[in-house]
Design a protein around this ligand. Structure first.
Ligand code: GLV
Length: 389
């Protein structure tokens, strides 16, 4: 592992975030780091973990901890899956390929976003572990069916259908930084936003050598070719999935489906009715509807409503392995991480993702030992106390 991401320079995810901020132009960093509107939900996702405290069992010898689990039919070395992160190729030229490879080497699963810059076949073959495909309907049903077919042939293990994107949330930082202008076709509109790139020559050189703004090789409209990369507002306004769509999606994809973006017990039950194998309790990292609760706060009621009929995963606010353990104590089978690995990707490519996974994995193991618990499977609500706000 290169010294740039080793201890003492990097001892936690916050350190990787600072390195990412130093390497990326503001528009790309803020796209990754930011949330919607006043970023209340973004902050809440992290704050909620501070209201859960541990109840350790001391003087218990735990020489070895079992961290392995199974998610969507796949064996994972520890209960952390890489979430879909759009525009990863803008964060680092190797983008999704680097993240998938690092996930595989760490023995866990990677989820490829529809808004990705590398071909899904290349991402699949880069990883020695399972890879899931996250579906948005931008480009229309025919493009989505073609992507599902390609994902099946390439050997993806599960489909992750995101249901919280009827439109994009109001990401104020993206507007200020000119995300739309920079990805759009009008060169004059880009001019006011260009200085942020000159301030990051290392990133700029990599971006230009990579060919500049990529197209969307996984959104191929039959007869027209791949969609150009558009800003997240334009992308998500044509990406919405409804419960009705799940019918044809289920016909096109015979493998397991996870429904991501569930925040209420009603939606959880609906997802079960539509045949979901897993539910991801998620507010899209605080990037969609600001003012919804932290994922962790609604997790227990959704776990109770699902009552073992599907796997319950969660994302939002995971920055430490102790956060992973808290989510599992409250009923999650595993968590998804987005920013926590993408900061590593932006900081240093594949080795940055590997470092982020190593940090979280050693955190999880140490936390289990300090709790006096020998395995992930043995974690339950008796190991935590939830303080009501
Ligand atoms: C893409 O899915 C995003 O939320 O930015």
């Amino acid at each position: 592992m290169p010294r740039s991401v080793e201890s003492p320079r990097v001892v936690n995810i916050a350190d990787l975030r600072l390195l990412a901020r130093r390497r990326l132009p503001r528009v790309v960093f803020d796209y990754l780091d930011g949330g919607a509107e006043g970023e209340f939900t973004l902050r809440e996702n992290c704050n909620a973990f501070e209201e859960v405290t541990f109840r350790p069992r001391h003087a218990v010898a735990v020489p070895k901890c079992e961290l392995r689990t199974r998610v969507l039919g796949c064996d994972l070395s520890f209960p952390v899956v890489l979430a879909p992160v759009g525009y990863s190729r803008l964060m680092h030229p190797e983008g999704e390929v680097a993240a998938a490879r690092a996930a595989g080497m760490a023995g866990t699963a990677y989820t490829l976003s529809t808004i990705s810059g590398h071909r899904l076949e290349d991402v699949r073959s880069a990883s020695s572990g399972p890879v899931f495909y996250q579906l948005y309907l931008m480009g229309g049903r025919a493009a989505a069916e073609a992507a599902i077919q390609r994902a099946r042939s390439a050997g993806f293990s599960a489909l992750v259908v995101t249901i919280d994107t009827l439109v994009a949330g109001m990401r104020e930082r993206d507007f200020r930084n000119g995300m739309k202008e920079l990805l759009g076709g009008n060169p004059l509109a880009k001019l006011p936003f260009l200085p942020q790139f000159l301030a990051r020559p290392g990133w700029l050189a990599g971006f230009l050598l990579d060919g500049g703004v990529p197209r969307l090789p996984n959104v191929v409209i039959p007869g027209q070719g791949p969609l150009p990369l558009i800003d997240v507002g334009a992308a998500l306004s044509s990406a919405a999935v409804t419960w009705e769509d799940l019918r044809w999606i289920r016909e096109a994809w015979s493998g397991p489906i996870a429904i991501k973006g569930v925040l209420t017990t009603d939606d959880a039950r609906r997802a079960l009715d539509e045949g979901a194998s897993a539910i991801v309790v998620s507010n899209h990292g605080g990037r969609q509807l600001d003012g919804v609760p932290a994922s962790l706060r609604v997790l227990p009621e959704i776990v109770a409503a699902v009552n073992g009929r599907a796997e319950v995963l969660m994302d939002g606010g995971i920055r430490r392995g102790s956060d992973v353990v808290k989510a599992i104590c409250l009923g999650a089978r595993a968590v998804l991480i987005g920013r926590a690995y993408a900061f590593g990707l932006a900081a240093a490519g594949q080795v940055g993702v590997a470092r982020s996974l190593e940090i979280l994995r050693t955190d999880v193991e140490r936390t289990l030992k300090l709790l006096g618990c020998a395995s992930i499977d043995a974690l339950d609500g008796s190991y935590v106390h939830v303080h009501k706000k």
